[in-house]
Design a protein around this ligand. Structure first.
Ligand SMILES: [Zn+2]
Length: 269
């Protein structure tokens, strides 16, 4: 009888939440915001001349066994030193950085070396601005994105940074709780991130597969995207995954959605 009792106890322990594996926390970090004079930059022919403010989020992901991963790193922390913001793209956007990424991580007690992995949706400056703050972190980036970005005059981050060049989807932790989805089109090797959280459920972090809710719902493709057909196919791919998983789409630059979300030090679990 005693042996059976021990076995039953072991089985119960095996099912306990304390031993659960997977992603258990997701923090939304403020990685800047911008005022843009003309939102038709992202929606050709629509809302021409209408200004818009865009959010720029980073996401800190904690895995029970494998520690911390960052998804995107935002506009460079250096923007925080400019009280009136920094003009970019010939004045098309004014960028602001009320809080640095470094300070937000420090407030959570997370040191740069605690970040083991950085997933990069793509290499635009408002997503890779702080990769070099984490010189030991492995960057997960599509090979197509890497080859394209490092052929430009200004590389997105230090060439000696450790990188894993992906060719398609990647189950980051090997347990399905964080899966990089290849969603090319905005840039040649753009990617999104599918996450599973115990209480929140399934979430897709968009990258720039769409910039705002209205662009997502109307399948609008920015004029500067690398490939319009691939952009549309990637939006459909994400839509199919949202439907299959009953997942929420978190659109990085959609300020109204971002304003509704809990930001660090709060977190989703
Ligand atoms: Zn972009």
């Amino acid at each position: 009888m005693k042996r059976i009792g021990l076995l039953a106890t072991a089985l119960l322990l095996g099912a306990s939440p304390a031993l659960a594996q997977g992603v258990d926390r997701l923090y939304v970090l403020d990685c800047g915001w911008a005022h843009a004079a003309d939102q038709s930059r992202w929606s050709p022919g629509v809302n021409v001349g209408e200004p818009i403010d865009v959010s720029d989020n980073c996401y800190l992901i904690h895995h029970t066994q494998q520690g911390y991963m960052l998804w995107d790193t935002g506009i460079t922390d250096k923007v925080a030193a400019a009280p009136d913001g920094v003009s970019m793209l010939n004045g098309a956007m004014i960028w602001h950085r009320p809080k640095t990424l470094a300070a937000q991580l420090a407030a959570l007690g997370v040191k740069p070396d605690d970040i083991h992995l950085i997933g990069i949706s793509h290499t635009h400056a408002d997503h890779v601005g702080n990769v070099d703050l984490f010189p030991k972190a492995m960057v997960l980036i599509q090979k197509a994105e890497y080859d394209w970005a490092f052929a430009q005059p200004t590389p997105p981050f230090a060439a000696e940074h450790p990188v894993t060049k992906l060719e398609g989807d990647k189950d980051v932790f090997g347990d399905g709780s964080a899966v990089i989805l290849a969603t090319p089109g905005h840039t040649p090797g753009h990617e999104s991130l599918l996450l599973h959280l115990p209480k929140t459920g399934w979430v897709v972090l968009s990258g720039d597969v769409a910039h705002f809710r209205s662009n997502w719902e109307n399948r609008r493709v920015p004029g500067f995207n690398a490939d319009k057909e691939k952009s549309l196919a990637s939006m459909q791919r994400v839509a199919d995954i949202l439907a299959e998983k009953h997942a929420e789409l978190w659109i990085n630059h959609d300020k109204p959605q971002s304003d509704q979300q809990h930001h660090a030090p709060d977190y989703y679990e």
